[in-house]
Design a protein around this ligand. Structure first.
Ligand code: ATP
Length: 731
């Protein structure tokens, strides 16, 4: 349809259809409002209102596009496809919702197999007003195919990928690709692993899969029974709009730090300590630590009740303890059982158990002390003796890493991210499993330690999970090497299925070519994605002197933002303060990713926070320090370089692509949470306390002066090391 007049007439016809569908949608909304008011009494009216609200939500918001696509099949039938189902007054379908089987050919049709279609039309709308449409005519395609290599993307997708980004992820429903659609509608009863390079749409696909499954299983699964787990708050906020936009409100979205009891996370610790805390052997250690809290009765337990001593034979009490121990219950419920048995024994002796409450409580507390997860962990880590009893499979060095001086009060204890899955494990041992979900999505799963995976697994009611990740982006102490190793700590109720996504939609060819040079070093076995499009410009390297680094970052970022781009500055912790100051000095409107929001034109984030995010323009600061900051630093740099949808700038004193440099040489680099922009007196005290603890546990007092002197030398050497030699721009 190349003739502009024909096109305009067709657009008018389509708009008339959209207008009619919108009228019916609003009529239905009005009817739902009337029925909600029709309840004969208060509770019936409340029920009707609830039902009407759910039905109104399923209509989509007023003023939004009724459809995003249309298909014509070879039988001459046409079908409009939207986010929500719309019927006319005679219950005839005007627009079918995208999850319905009737919509499948829209997503399935490809060059190789048109799935019975002759036309697929994609609409671009402003509200419910069609701006333009793009057509794929499959017969013409088949001709083109005969003599040419097909492009894996059509114009509608290219238009969508080229749109500017904001701090919120958009749904991709209008342009889901055939391979993605297969993953989205894969059966629920499996441990599905979606793997693929950066920007292949893993996260987007996993979220659409949730919406699809919720529709298919709407009789037995509600949004509240689905959990999505992501690495950090910025990521969760970035995703938060996608499912509600698809009509699925109420899905639980949590960071890893939100799995487990609510505690303050402000403990920084060396990578080796985080690493041992992620070790699956810790599950047994905690179990034994809890069992070690259970006491032994005296040969005779004498209880003073109402002025008289009553004696419980030690053997009888020991039997009661053993019976509780044998019960298949969590610790707190076993304790309740023991209390009931002791009360019964006292009653059998003729004593009034109500009057004997205090001595009974004392006995119970001695035999089976009340425990909290935080208390158990604080006591375990704060006692070498307890560690020795509970953790005999660990080496002395490993126990030394776990040891720390506990705070005086449990509530004053400070915790690290790596402590959380341990607290969660302890919570399960003490109080039983947490809330469970019918389906769980876990993103960036390549970074999870076994203990974190266990934490996710215990929330699964059925073993049905969608696990999302990329081994080439695995960093941190527990960077996973294979999906089999990940699955070892997840439920095995259902078979595991690894499904790769092949095409890279986010990163433009120019930027990816640069980032991909890291792959042979970062993840030699991993297949690079096939990038589908070009960006507007080549990447740019800015080699600068140290004194100019921060100002250059600020200048580049501001120029991109002034050009209307949504900018991410990916900056290693060591450069963060100087860059933050330079951005402020340049008068830039910038936000800190550490605060969980991508709210401004320029967003300053550390390389870990960058995981899963994307920006129109990315400025990567000092790659050498990114590589130095993690044992898998080349992968961390790969993550940083693959966040862009358009422009990539690298600002550095050192090598922009330090392929030959060893990773993880900066031991402060992996400290989590990320280094804050300023360092307060409280933080200084905490760090001093932490260093003192490490010193105390690692060396005898006589050696401390020597260690401190050497530490001073090390710090001075690091400060005064000259910047790497400047050389010409790379690639
Ligand atoms: N079919 C599609 N239609 C439109 N946009 C798409 C499609 N597939 C992916 N995208 C876009 O590509 C970008 C990358 O998607 P997503 O964040 O899901 O990738 P990812 O594989 O999870 O990346 P990473 O490994 O870096 O976290 C997003 O902007 C997403 O909207």
């Amino acid at each position: 349809m190349d003739d502009p007049d024909d096109r305009a007439a067709e657009l008018a016809r389509e708009q008339a259809y959209f207008d009619t569908a919108a009228i019916h949608r609003e009529r239905r909304r009005d009817a739902l409002g009337d029925s909600a008011r029709a309840g004969a009494h208060a509770s019936a009216a409340a029920q009707l209102r609830q039902h009407a609200q759910a039905a109104a939500d399923a209509l989509g918001a007023a003023g939004t596009a009724v459809a995003f696509g249309r298909i014509n099949n070879d039988g001459g039938e046409s079908l409009y496809i939207g986010r929500h189902l719309i019927r006319d007054d005679d219950a005839e379908v005007l627009v079918v919702n995208w999850q319905s089987p009737a919509a499948a050919p829209y997503f399935e049709a490809s060059h190789a197999d048109p799935a019975g279609l002759v036309l697929r039309r994609a609409f671009t709308c402003d509200g419910n007003v069609i701006q333009h449409f793009t057509d794929v005519r499959f017969a013409e395609l088949a001709d083109a195919l005969a003599d040419d290599h097909p492009s894996p993307v059509d114009q509608a997708l290219l238009n969508e990928l080229g749109r500017g980004r904001t701090g919120s992820m958009r749904d991709i429903v209008a342009t889901i690709q055939a391979a993605q659609y297969d993953v989205i509608r894969a059966p629920q009863e499996q441990l599905l692993i979606i793997e693929g390079g950066p920007g292949t749409g893993k996260t987007a696909v996993a979220l659409h899969r949730v919406s699809y499954l919720l529709f298919q299983h709407r009789e037995r699964m509600t949004p509240e029974q689905v959990l999505v787990v992501g690495p950090h708050p910025t990521f969760i906020r970035y995703l938060a709009e996608v499912l509600p936009g698809l009509g699925d409100d109420g899905v639980a979205m949590r960071t890893l730090a939100q799995l487990g009891p609510p505690v303050r996370i402000d403990r920084a610790e060396p990578p080796a300590v985080s690493r041992i805390k992620g070790d699956p052997r810790l599950a047994q250690v905690l179990k034994r630590a809890l069992a070690a809290r259970i006491g032994q009765p005296e040969p005779a337990e004498r209880l003073l009740i109402n002025g008289r001593f009553h004696t419980l034979p030690g053997a009888t009490v020991a039997e009661a303890v053993a019976a509780s121990n044998a019960a298949d219950l969590p610790y707190a419920a076993q304790r309740q059982q023991l209390r009931a048995r002791l009360t019964q024994l006292v009653t059998e002796l003729g004593a009034d158990p109500a009057a004997g409450r205090e001595p009974l409580d004392n006995l119970l507390e001695r035999l089976w002390p009340a425990q909290s997860a935080a208390g158990l962990l604080r006591d375990l880590f704060g006692s070498r003796r307890r560690l020795e009893i509970a953790a005999d499979e660990l080496t002395d060095d490993e126990r030394g890493l776990l040891y720390r001086r506990g705070a005086d009060r449990v509530s004053a204890e400070s915790w690290s991210l790596a402590d959380l899955p341990l607290l969660d494990e302890a919570e399960q041992l003490i109080n039983g499993p947490p809330q469970q979900y019918a389906h769980i999505v876990v993103d960036e799963a390549q970074d999870l330690s076994p203990m974190q995976l266990r934490s996710v697994a215990r929330r699964s009611a059925t073993g049905s999970m969608t696990v999302v990740g990329d081994l080439a982006q695995a960093t941190g102490g527990w960077a996973q090497q294979s999906w089999e190793a990940v699955a070892e700590h997840l439920p095995n109720t259902h078979p595991m299925q690894v499904t790769p996504l092949r095409y890279g939609y986010r990163v433009p060819r120019q930027a990816y070519r640069f980032a991909a040079r890291l792959l042979p070093v970062a993840a030699p076995g991993v297949v690079a994605p096939e990038v589908v499009r070009d960006g507007p410009a080549d990447y740019a390297i800015h080699r600068v002197e140290l004194a100019r680094r921060a100002a250059t970052v600020a200048a580049v970022a501001t120029a991109r933002a002034d050009d209307g781009q949504f900018v991410g500055v990916v900056c290693p912790p060591r450069c963060r303060r100087e860059v933050a100051e330079a951005l402020s000095a340049a008068g830039a409107q910038w936000a800190s990713g550490a605060e969980g929001e991508l709210g401004r034109a320029i967003n300053l984030i550390d390389p870990y926070e960058a995981k899963g995010l994307e920006f129109d323009a990315v400025v990567v600061v000092e790659p050498e320090q990114i590589v130095a900051g993690d044992a898998h630093g080349h992968r961390l740099l790969y993550v940083a370089l693959t966040r862009t949808t358009r422009y990539l700038d690298v600002v550095s004193v050192g090598e922009p692509l330090p392929l030959g440099m060893p990773a993880g040489t900066d031991p402060t680099g992996t400290v989590q949470p990320a280094e804050p922009p300023t360092f307060s007196a409280r933080e200084a005290r905490q760090l001093a306390g932490h260093l003192a603890e490490r010193l105390r546990s690692a060396a005898p007092p006589a050696a401390w002066p020597q260690v401190l002197e050497l530490l001073g030398d090390e710090l001075n050497a690091a400060e005064s090391s000259p910047p790497a030699e400047l050389n010409s721009p790379g690639d």
